[in-house]
Design a protein around this ligand. Structure first.
Ligand SMILES: Cc1ncc(COP(=O)(O)O)c(C=O)c1O
Length: 402
């Protein structure tokens, strides 16, 4: 009666185990002040332009003349058109408002889009990986059993991302039907150059594969030549779906807003993926709240843009402090230039978990073991830039003295 694929899932070991070890350490050392650089959540409050727009929207909802009931399933036109213009057309990408689907965040969309594909398609994921792409396909039965020895599910193409390949995977010789890519990447912090991404687009167009491109960290790109959207690449509209989020650029992790782009040109087996997603959302999703979409619209106002850019810059100052601090102490560290994540090699051949304990014990700093994101994450460790300036500087000073 039940979906036995759920039994293949591995427990959410990573964050429960880091929490367990942290709590045990704190209990044994109640006087030690711990600094958390493992958090993947933002810490700065919502920008004033956003909260003011939300207040106005709440007042509208309280008056009969301006009350809004169910929101359109695809999202209000006022938000979709500003997204299309600002995030795509102004960058020279021909994406229109009717190819944008507003949602309650990228996680749901990353998880739900796989429903449009048949149960027997093959998937490829980066290794290490944001677990949602993999786990949702496990639930849907697109993988075999998990092998504890290799840390892999049978039937999945894992694309290792390591120091050697600059954390940008090799294009598989045989492209599976669905390929998940995430740039700038969580957890490695790596970005992909436009000419490299173009190769993926060309490969997908040749093989008929679909790229599921997660650009949740687009706002952290600081370097030239790094694409802000996959649609900067020629031909991406016939092979790519893009996920975007307001969580990390505007602090909406607790507000919930994102969107997915499904171009009209994207067709397989004679079916329009855009029309399928429209139907799916209309059937299963009842729209993102008006108040939240008004908050999202405010992100694109001049004040909103200025304020959210200041927030991203604040986190990126932390990223630079961590990255440069680690490098100056002799660690191999990357990321933190186009992303809020710093991915470091553990010293002296320590495993990711050994380094977790070592860092906790010697510096009172908490990070995230890379092996928790996939077998190729073994021997790496993730630190995040979402702390305060003060605690981030203090953490780096402690690491320096270890
Ligand atoms: C790569 C990646 N995609 C998507 C998400 C989730 O975004 P949202 O908050 O919009 O659901 C996260 C959150 O950490 C993420 O790291």
């Amino acid at each position: 009666m039940i979906n036995h694929n759920y039994e293949k899932l591995q427990g959410s070991y990573l964050f429960s185990e880091t929490a367990r070890r942290t709590a045990a350490f704190q209990q044994a050392h109640p006087d030690r002040n711990l600094i958390k650089l493992g958090i993947g959540d933002v810490t700065l409050p919502l920008a004033p332009a956003v909260t003011e727009a939300m207040h106005r929207a709440v007042d509208e909802m309280g008056r009969a003349e301006t009350f809004h009931g169910y929101a359109p399933e695809q999202g209000y036109e006022f938000l979709r058109s500003v997204i299309a213009k600002h995030d795509y057309q102004d960058r020279g990408c021909d994406i229109s408002a009717d190819e944008i689907f507003v949602s309650d965040g990228a996680k749901c969309d990353c998880g739900n889009t796989q429903e449009m594909f048949s149960g027997d398609v093959h998937i490829a994921v980066c290794d290490p990986v944001y677990p949602v792409y993999l786990d949702t396909n496990v639930m849907a039965g697109r993988t075999g059993e998990y092998d504890g020895a290799t840390g892999r599910y049978a039937g999945v193409t894992y694309m290792p991302c390591t120091l050697e390949n600059g954390f940008v995977p090799q294009i598989p010789e045989k492209m599976p039907e669905l390929v998940y890519l995430c740039f700038p990447n969580n957890p490695t912090g790596a970005a992909i150059r436009k000419e490299e991404l173009q190769k993926w687009v060309d490969a997908a167009n040749r093989s008929g594969s679909i790229l599921l491109y997660d650009a949740a960290y687009e706002a952290y790109i600081t370097e030239e030549g790094i694409p802000h959207t996959i649609y900067e690449c020629d031909g991406a509209k016939t092979c790519a779906i893009e996920f975007r989020s307001f969580s990390k650029n505007a602090g909406f992790t607790g507000v919930r807003l994102g969107f997915t782009v499904v171009p009209k040109e994207l067709k397989r087996d004679g079916a329009s993926l855009r029309d399928m997603w429209f139907r799916r959302q209309g059937t299963k999703y009842n729209g993102t709240p008006y108040i939240v979409q008004k908050a999202g619209e405010a992100v694109y106002t001049p004040d909103g843009q200025k304020q959210i850019k200041e927030q991203v810059a604040y986190y990126m100052e932390n990223a630079a402090v961590i990255r440069e601090g680690l490098i100056s102490c002799g660690y191999q560290a990357c990321g933190g230039v186009n992303s809020p994540y710093i991915w470091m090699k553990t010293p002296s051949g320590m495993t990711s978990w050994e380094f977790f304990d070592y860092l906790l014990d010697h510096a009172g700093v908490i990070g995230t073991p890379g092996s928790g994101f996939g077998p190729s994450g073994e021997g790496y460790f993730r630190l995040t830039a979402f702390g305060s300036h003060e605690s981030t500087k203090e953490a780096v000073e402690r690491i320096r003295k270890m």
